[in-house]
Design a protein around this ligand. Structure first.
Ligand SMILES: [Zn+2]
Length: 329
């Protein structure tokens, strides 16, 4: 009787998940489902769960940033093109037979032991990617080599490795929390200025929002992330770049200085002070005071080929409001 019940439950909640099923799940349940898949695949292939999480979140980010890739339907965001999965010469682009797939040099493998290598099955997809990596070795260096051979893109390896470190550090997939970059009790003001031709410290047009505040106002990371860049830039002055696991790069410019201990590779969380508001930039290293002190905050997304800026203003407004609400409680 119990066995029958368990079987029914398994049938109702397919491992592969479908869009309809996912829609009814809470974020917590989705994180739980994902983590279970990572851990199971780690046990079978030796590729650590946080590396699988790093790859998965990188690919999920690409899917959301691009419209030539289908939205994921299950827990797992990793995407194999039908050509890659079934083999370039395979006439059956939906082939699920592991034997014929292998004959056509497709990558698809059967991960859940049902005899099918199904490109729409989460366990099969994750197992296939993990097995490819494991063929290089399961230690850090070999995983990097495997990733490079798969993506042929240094940036992909860097982003995935960064994501993995973040997941490993926090030990959870739930990294949704966000914070406003300036402490709310300080005086500050900002307006929607993204895309304006005039501004200080954007890369080309004004790629960000300027938050005016006094010298020395703490600048906090808005997200969980890893410090990817720190140093001087002619326009941005002292600036820092933080990459989150949600395919967003956060850029903080014109700082008067950095917080001690914040270096390239440092893992941060929402609220971690990374530097202080200043007016650095527009000259040789150390130049200050060519404009009023403010934080230039930019947000960028990657689509697998290049990065582009999007307007941070709506996010800033939302984070500010959420934080105010949380403080009132
Ligand atoms: Zn600016």
């Amino acid at each position: 009787m119990m066995t029958a019940l368990i079987l029914i439950c398994l049938t109702v909640l397919p491992a592969s998940g479908s869009a309809a099923v996912l829609d009814e799940l809470s974020s917590e349940d989705i994180f739980k489902g994902r983590m279970a898949l990572y851990k199971k695949t780690e046990a079978v292939t030796g590729i650590p769960w946080f590396d699988l999480a790093g790859i998965d979140s990188y690919e999920r980010g690409l899917r959301r940033a691009r419209n030539d890739l289908p939205d994921e339907e299950g827990f797992i965001g990793i995407f194999f093109s039908p050509e890659k999965w079934t083999g370039a010469e395979n006439p059956d682009k939906e082939d699920t037979n592991p034997l014929s797939i292998s004959l056509f040099n497709g990558m698809g493998l059967d991960g859940d032991g049902d005899g099918l290598a199904d490109q729409n099955n989460d366990e099969d997809v994750l197992f296939t990617f993990a097995s490819f990596l494991a063929s290089y070795g399961t230690d850090n260096d070999n995983i990097r080599i495997g990733l490079w051979n798969y993506y042929q893109r240094d940036k992909a390896v860097e982003l995935i490795t960064g994501h993995s470190k973040i997941y490993r550090h926090f030990g959870t997939l739930d990294l949704r929390k966000r914070m406003f970059p300036l402490p709310l009790q300080y005086n500050y003001s900002y307006q929607s200025t993204w895309g304006h031709s005039r501004g200080w410290g954007g890369r080309r047009m004004h790629e960000g929002t300027d938050l005016f505040a006094g010298y020395g106002t703490p600048v906090r990371s808005t997200t969980y992330g890893i410090v990817e860049l720190k140093g001087w830039n002619k326009f941005g002055g002292w600036r820092i770049g933080i990459r989150d696991t949600n395919n967003v790069y956060h850029y903080y410019a014109h700082l008067t200085g950095f917080e001690k201990g914040v270096e390239r590779g440092t893992i941060v969380e929402p609220g971690t002070v990374v530097g202080y508001v200043g007016s650095s930039g527009y000259g040789k290293p150390g130049t200050q005071g060519k404009f009023p002190p403010h934080l230039h905050y930019g947000m960028y997304k990657d689509n697998g080929y290049f990065e582009w800026s999007f307007d941070p203003f709506p996010s800033l407004r939302a984070w500010e409001r959420l934080e105010r609400q949380a403080r009132r409680k």
